[in-house]
Design a protein around this ligand. Structure first.
Ligand code: ADP
Ligand code: MG
Length: 212
């Protein structure tokens, strides 16, 4: 059996220590396949079922790259719903517990915009949000992506099903062309293939079949 210890990865010691504290003793299949590519800076399309640990796959990638001393939005994670964005933010905060002063902000529709505007004035390293609300903040000039290094589309198939295609294109138009883009999806319909062609550069494709 291959070695799936997190310590085989080029992860900062603080992240490895925290993973041990969290009881994450070995990588899931999707993590073992995707993390080496993500840490190498590649664009990745990853397909795996729910509960396979996709959040830590992209989360450890963006946390490893993040410069906490540089207080600018360096990562954006787009999710189809507020519930999913809240789950992703909670998992990222768990994974980032050993990184002092890291600021992870959620920007979702269906909640009052006022507090979000206030939070944005204070700044953040990582934004997790739904496409409609994120584009709203971008268009009003309250959020800038000029320092973005990593863009994650989580549950991309559901975002397209929910009609977020135009919002995704609008977000991309405001993001630097030079960036790492990671696309996670449970299914891989034609629309996702087309979206990937628009958003990703020479992506590595990873599919993890049903685990038992
Ligand atoms: P997905 O996005 O693929 O549906 P999640 O990222 O939400 O899955 O992860 C599912 C659960 O597995 C979460 O509770 C998470 O904390 C846990 N988890 C993820 N990776 C590991 C790991 N390597 N070891 C132990 N638990 C893990
Ligand atoms: Mg998920």
């Amino acid at each position: 059996m291959s070695n799936t210890a997190f310590s085989t990865l080029a992860l900062p010691a603080a992240l490895l220590g925290n993973l041990a504290d969290l009881g994450y003793s070995s990588m899931t299949d999707i993590q073992a396949q995707a993390l080496p590519e993500i840490l190498a800076g590649k664009d990745v399309i990853a397909r795996a079922k729910t509960g396979s640990g996709k959040t830590a796959a992209f989360g450890l990638g963006l946390l490893a790259k993040l410069d906490v001393k540089y207080f600018r939005v360096q990562s954006l994670v787009l999710c189809p719903t507020r519930e999913l964005a809240d789950q992703v933010a909670a998992e990222l905060r768990k994974l980032a517990r050993s990184i002092h002063n890291i600021k992870i902000l959620t920007l979702c529709g269906g909640v009052p915009i006022g507090p979000q505007i206030g939070s944005l004035e204070h700044g953040a390293h990582i934004i997790v949000g739904t496409p409609g609300r994120v584009i709203d903040h971008l268009e009003k000039g309250r959020l800038s992506l000029v320092d973005l290094t990593t863009l994650v589309l989580d549950e991309a198939d559901r975002m397209l099903e929910m009609g977020f295609s135009a919002d995704l294109d609008a977000v991309i138009a405001k993001a630097p062309a030079q960036r790492q883009t990671l696309l996670f999806s449970a299914t891989y319909p034609d629309a996702i293939a087309k979206l990937s062609e628009r958003l990703l550069t020479a992506p590595v494709q990873i599919t993890v079949e049903q685990q038992h």
